[in-house]
Structures are given as structure tokens and as C-alpha cells.
Design a protein around this ligand. Structure first.
Ligand SMILES: Cc1cc2nc3c(=O)[nH]c(=O)nc-3n(C[C@H](O)[C@H](O)[C@H](O)COP(=O)(O)OP(=O)(O)OC[C@H]3O[C@@H](n4cnc5c(N)ncnc54)[C@H](O)[C@@H]3O)c2cc1C
Length: 495
């Protein structure tokens, strides 16, 4: 039986472990954190429960594909459709825009600012839909054995889509809509990818199609961490053992193959096959010390935004704040252009607020609320010093208090902060970048770090910084792609 060691227990790792064990591989997992899930993690504190990172996701059918692939009768967690998808607030305006999936209802939200919204939105979404369906299977959900193969595949994408490669999300918005509100709100999808609409290619307007039409957004009954709890139970049943507080810091090779990974205590983890779920670029940089991934080269890559996150337990309810909320300012273009380079003060921040106790009341004591705040900030290339963390937190709390009309400081009974430093140190995220490598044209598909190693034939990668990209559904697709690679090389042991 082929023995596989997986480094990390993020979603990509857990789904790969189940896929491989269902094919007869013997799998073990090593994880530096004290519990599984990677960025899809959980904080329990002072009677409150918080999801640490992801709060909603799209493309549920990727989980269904996974379920069938590993032979589960049912997924060990339950999705909940979101409608309203989210609410958006602009500083200085009383109006709160509710983003409904029902396009007629959505059109009503914007009738005052964007005449003919429905027709314009239909046209915009039709273009995004065509691109999505023309590329989903052809380009996104597949392995490439060479850059040449990737480029040849791109030639098969209908030529009518090529302008989308050269425009930004923002330019695409400007082609379809006039009002500042509509352009800013529907370009937020670029931030979901960890970048700004001004530097994200227009191909990613497919995310507007996936959120509004195709599959929508979902969260999980009982909180997002139920995904990890459920998968962990299935891994236990399959005999996959997870070893926590175990960080890989070195390696041994023999005859052109990786023979063992070495943890911080000097223990050698030997295996026939290794799958790395730690960031695919970071691992090549830090553990394998590859020249192509030197610090100088890593710093030149485009990394996604870094998170500044707060987990607040409040001793009061927030009846007027919905589940998912974006709080934007009035200088969108300037802020987007400067924030990630640390060229603008964080005193009037843009941020996202999730009140998880709205959908999962058990996450907070009776009469209380569990609140997650995510503020995208510069990564540690641009802002290495976060000793001003309390000031940044205060700025956000002051702004949010003013905008929801509740003096939050008076009601905080539990408070946890994570700056890019803690995100980096918890999960080995390069300089605190939250979503891993960016999705610029020169960092996707055949250009992204491969899911097989350049030097060791028995080493593979899964997760956000290899193919296809970041986000929960992409991690599940990534596990499918790496499993295909491994079984192509080693065969299913039994099927
Ligand atoms: C704040 C935040 C909010 C997000 N919100 C959303 C959202 O709403 N929706 C969505 O779809 N996505 C969201 N994402 C993105 C999503 O969380 C990730 O894309 C996804 O979870 C990444 O999974 P992964 O398989 O790459 O593994 P990761 O989560 O990166 O896990 C990798 C694991 O490897 C471990 N590891 C690293 N190095 C070593 C080592 N040397 N030895 C041992 N173990 C090691 C790490 O500790 C970690 O547990 C968010 C991310 C963040 C940070």
C-alpha cells in the first residue's frame, strides 16, 4: 500500500486525504496548528464561537462532486442558501443596499441611482455567464503538464472573450453601469479574490454570475467550522491520523526523491508520496530553498490582501445589522489604489462585518452577539510593523459604532485580534497574505506554482497558491486535480 504524508490540514488537504484513502492509499497528516482546518478555522472564547476566516462560499456542487467521488451517502455538514447575499453601506449615506439574488428585487434597490438597472445587469451577467461556461471545464478544472499545453488550451477559448483578458473588473463595470454605487458594489468580487477591481482582470466578473445567478452564496448550519468537524469524522472513519503541533521545517532526499520531511523536534516523517497543503510558493521558498522562490522573487510576486481580523463577543444584540455587511467609504478608487501599498492611513477603513449569531444563535450566549470584522490591509512587505494594532482596532470600532449607532466598546465582553503577523505565524502565510498568491494573468493556470514538484517526482501540492486558486470551492477542485495527478502516476490502489 502506498503511504502518503500530507503537510497541513486545510480544506484542500482534508478533501485530498479522503479522496486518496477512498482509492486505497494509506494517509497521515501533519499540521503545525493545534487543530485542523487551516484558514477555515474556529475560535472558541468566553462562551462565544467564531469562524476564523471564511464566512460564505459559492459553487456548492464542487462539494457534491467530492461527496460522490469519495462514496459518501451525504455530506457531513449542511449548506444554507443566502438571500440576502450581503448588505453594503457607504460612509455618509443612510441608504443600505441589500444584495438580493432575486434580480427584480435587486433592481428595486438601485432604481434611484441606476436607471434601467435590470436590463444593464442582464447584459452584464450574460457576458459573465458565457465566459464562465466556456472556460469552467476547458480551462479551470484541469491539470496542465506544461506551459505550452496551457497556452494551447487558451487558444480554444472563443475569441470573443479575449477583451476580458485585457480589461480590469472596474473597466468592465464602467462599460455596463453609470452609478458609483453599482460599480463599487459589484466590483467587490475582486476583493473576494484578495485584490482590487482596478488590478483584477475582467474575467473574474464570472464571480458576479456565480453569486447572483449560478449557485449563489451559502454558509453552513452551525457555523463554517462544521465543514471541518464533518470531514474530520470521515477521516477518522477512514483511518487517517492527524498529528497536530507538528511543523515541517526540513527535508531529506534520496535518489532524486523526497524520502522524509523533518518536523521541529527532529522527527522524520517517511513516506512514498508527499502532498504539501502549506502554501505552494512558501514551501518551495522556505523548506526546499528553491532559487526560483527566493525572498527577492517571492516579494515580486503579486500576493493577495492581508487580513486584520477582530472577533468580538457583545453583551447586546444588533437588531439592525444583517448577517453579512460591507462598510465602504467615499474614496473607493483612491483607497483601493493606496491601501495595499500602505500609502494611505487606516483611520477611515473599509471593512466587512459578519454577525454569525444571526444565522447560528448558539455561537453566542442568550441576548449576545458574535461578531467577526475583516479589514483588508497591506501585507508585511509593505507594513511589517503592526505595533499600532490597538489603534487600528480602535479606528474600526469607532467607525462601525458611528455607522450602526451602537457604542460597541461599552458592549465588548470578548475580544481577539489577528493582524497579518498572527495570520502569517498561525498558518505560514507569506508575509501575512490572507488568500495566497494573486490571480493576475501571469499567476493563474500554467503560470501558477504547479501541483507537482519540479525536482521530486513523489511530491505534490494542493491548496490556494497552486491550481486553480483561492477560496473554498477552489480548494476542493484543487484536491480533485492533485488526486488525478497522483493516481495517474501511482494508480488507484483499489477503486
Ligand atoms: C480572513 C479570511 C477570510 C476568508 N474568507 C473566505 C470566504 O468567505 N469564502 C471563501 O471561499 N474563502 C475565504 N477565504 C479563503 C479560504 O480560507 C482559503 O482559500 C482556503 O481555506 C485555503 O485552503 P487550503 O487548502 O489552501 O489550506 P490552508 O487553509 O492554507 O491550510 C494549510 C495548512 O497547512 C499548515 N501548514 C503550513 N505550513 C506547515 C508546515 N511547515 N508544517 C505543517 N503544517 C503546515 C497550516 O497551518 C494550515 O493549517 C478566506 C481567507 C481568509 C484568511
Amino acid at each position: 500500500m502506498q503511504k502518503v504524508t500530507i503537510v497541513g490540514t486545510g480544506l484542500g488537504a482534508m478533501t485530498t486525504a479522503l479522496r486518496l484513502s477512498s482509492r486505497g492509499y494509506q494517509v497521515q497528516m501533519v499540521e503545525k496548528f493545534h487543530q485542523p482546518g487551516g484558514r477555515l478555522n474556529q475560535i472558541k472564547k468566553d462562551g462565544f464561537t467564531f469562524d476564523m476566516g471564511p464566512t460564505f462560499f459559492s459553487m456548492t456542487y464542487e462539494f457534491e462532486e467530492f461527496r460522490k467521488d469519495v462514496g459518501l451517502g451525504a455530506l457531513p455538514f449542511t449548506f444554507r442558501d443566502l438571500d440576502v447575499l450581503y448588505a453594503v453601506n457607504f460612509r455618509g449615506s443612510e441608504k443600505r443596499y441589500m444584495i438580493y439574488r432575486d434580480l427584480d428585487r435587486l433592481a428595486k434597490e438601485f432604481e434611484a441611482v441606476e436607471p434601467d438597472f435590470r436590463a444593464k445587469m442582464d447584459r452584464f451577467l450574460a457576458g459573465a455567464a458565457k465566459f464562465f461556461h466556456d472556460t469552467e471545464y476547458l480551462v479551470l478544472k484541469r491539470n496542465y503538464d506544461s506551459l505550452f499545453q496551457y497556452l494551447i488550451t487558451l487558444l480554444r477559448v472563443p475569441v470573443k472573450h479575449s477583451p476580458k483578458l485585457f480589461r480590469s473588473v472596474w473597466t468592465e463595470m464602467e462599460r455596463h453601469f453609470e452609478s458609483r454605487e453599482v460599480k463599487e458594489i459589484f466590483s467587490l468580487v475582486a476583493f473576494f479574490l484578495g485584490a482590487t477591481p482596478f488590478d483584477t482582470p475582467a474575467i473574474y466578473t464570472i464571480l458576479s454570475y456565480t453569486e447572483l445567478v449560478h449557485d449563489g452564496y451559502h454558509n453552513v448550519v452551525g457555523g463554517m467550522y462544521k465543514i471541518v468537524d464533518g470531514l474530520r469524522k470521515e477521516l477518522d472513519k477512514a483511518g487517517v491520523v492527524m498529528h497536530f503541533n507538528t511543523e515541517i521545517v526540513d527535508y531529506r532526499q534520496e535518489n532524486g526523491k523526497l524520502s522524509a520531511l523533518i518536523d521541529q523536534n527532529g522527527k522524520a516523517w517517511e513516506s512514498d508520496i508527499f502532498v504539501v497543503n502549506a502554501d505552494a510558493a512558501w514551501f518551495r521558498h522556505k523548506i526546499f530553498g528553491r532559487k526560483k522562490f527566493s525572498e527577492q522573487k517571492m516579494d515580486k510576486l503579486k500576493w493577495t490582501l492581508a487580513p486584520f481580523t477582530m472577533y468580538l463577543g457583545l453583551d447586546t444584540r444588533l437588531p439592525d445589522v444583517p448577517l453579512h455587511n460591507y462598510f465602504l467609504g467615499e474614496n473607493f478608487k483612491e483607497y483601493s489604489g493606496k491601501i495595499f501599498k500602505n500609502a494611505i492611513k487606516l483611520d477611515q477603513p473599509y471593512y466587512y462585518v459578519n454577525v454569525v449569531s444571526k444565522s447560528d444563535p448558539e455561537s453566542a450566549p442568550e441576548g449576545c452577539e458574535s461578531v467577526f470584522v475583516l479589514c483588508p490591509v497591506p501585507d508585511m512587505r509593505f507594513k511589517p510593523d503592526w505595533s499600532d494594532r490597538e489603534q487600528v482596532a480602535d479606528n474600526i470600532l469607532k467607525d462601525l459604532s458611528g455607522r450602526i449607532g451602537v457604542d460597541l466598546k461599552k458592549h465588548i465582553v470578548s475580544r481577539t485580534l489577528m493582524t497579518p503577523v498572527e495570520w502569517r505565524d498561525s498558518f505560514n502565510l507569506y508575509k501575512g497574505s490572507g488568500l495566497g498568491l494573486g490571480h493576475d494573468l501571469d499567476q493563474i493556470g500554467g503560470f501558477r506554482p504547479k501541483n507537482y514538484d519540479e525536482e521530486f517526482g513523489n511530491v505534490f501540492y494542493v491548496g490556494a497558491s497552486t491550481v486553480p486558486g483561492t477560496g473554498l470551492p477552489m480548494a476542493v477542485i484543487s484536491s480533485k486535480l492533485v488526486t488525478e495527478r497522483i493516481t495517474r502516476a501511482y494508480g488507484p490502489i483499489h477503486t
